[in-house]
Design a protein around this ligand. Structure first.
Ligand code: SF4
Length: 266
């Protein structure tokens, strides 16, 4: 199927470019039960069959009390594919919901992160794969620039704090229109998390913003991803990335001759 080929090509590109998976790795896929994690798991299983390196794939799901339906269909899906799957009910997260139902994403993510490492350790994995997509990278990029004053998105590959797990995001070039189409075509038993149905969040506003601009500029996200890999620090304002003679270059005598006067108007 073309859709599958296209996804596999993009995942292969990300895995190769950022050296995400290496010989003898055991990759634990964080399986949230949404369209992205179905796509991620299927792509890694397909890649495992044809990649030049040998690696294993297993999967886990953390129950934080946010699923809107029972998750039994996931078990059947995993059995059909021969995937070792762990379903972990995270009691601290359930207590958090009961005691502070209005808790924010920071707290929820902290609880999840702790559970993720626990489970990955139990599974004997050395790599943890997350289902963040191109959309997530683009949203994080804009969110950080607009709300935290930083030019950054998400790391495609990084380490856990103790350096005991490599954390990878193989869907970084895959947009959610593809994961949605893939999950539908494969009749994946997607169960959304209750949070994904919320409106009025910054995330929702950014999604609406992208949807509107993409009507006229359908390649917006791939352009943004290219931009993230193509920095021009001398056109930004961070002195750490200027040349070694920055202090001299920026002395009053140098008078910064390069800008047009009109550039600084209003
Ligand atoms: S969106 Fe919901 S599940 Fe996701 S981090 Fe926030 S509170 Fe947790």
């Amino acid at each position: 199927m073309d859709l599958q080929k296209s996804i596999l090509r993009k995942v292969g590109e990300a895995v190769t470019r950022f050296k995400m998976i290496r010989e003898e790795d055991r990759v634990a896929v964080g399986f949230s039960g949404g369209k992205d994690s179905f796509t991620l798991l299927e792509a890694l299983l397909a890649l495992k069959k044809r990649a030049p390196v040998r690696f294993e794939v297993c999967a886990f799901t953390i129950e934080q009390g946010k699923f809107i339906q029972p998750v039994e269909p996931f078990g059947e899906w995993m059995r059909e594919r021969g995937v070792e799957w762990t379903y972990h009910v995270d009691n601290p997260s359930l207590r958090l919901i009961a005691e502070r139902p209005g808790h924010g994403c920071d707290e929820c993510s902290r609880f999840r992160r702790r559970a993720v490492y626990q489970i990955a350790r139990r599974l004997g994995a050395n790599v943890i794969a997350f289902g963040h997509t191109a959309d997530d990278f683009c949203e994080a990029f804009l969110r950080n620039a607009m709300f935290t004053g930083r030019i950054s998105a998400l790391p495609p590959v990084t380490w856990s704090r103790e350096r005991d797990f490599r954390l990878i995001r193989p869907l970084l070039y895959v947009t959610e229109d593809l994961t949605r189409a893939y999950a539908e075509a494969a009749a994946a038993p997607v169960i959304p998390c209750g949070c994904s149905l919320k409106t009025g969040t910054v995330r929702r506003s950014l999604r609406d913003f992208f949807a509107e601009i993409e009507r006229d500029h359908p390649h917006l996200k791939s352009t943004l991803l290219r931009a993230m890999g193509n920095l021009n620090p001398s056109r930004l304002l961070d002195l750490r990335y200027f040349g070694p003679d920055t202090a001299d270059d920026l002395s009053p005598e140098s008078a910064l001759p390069v800008l047009d006067e009109g550039f600084i108007e209003s």
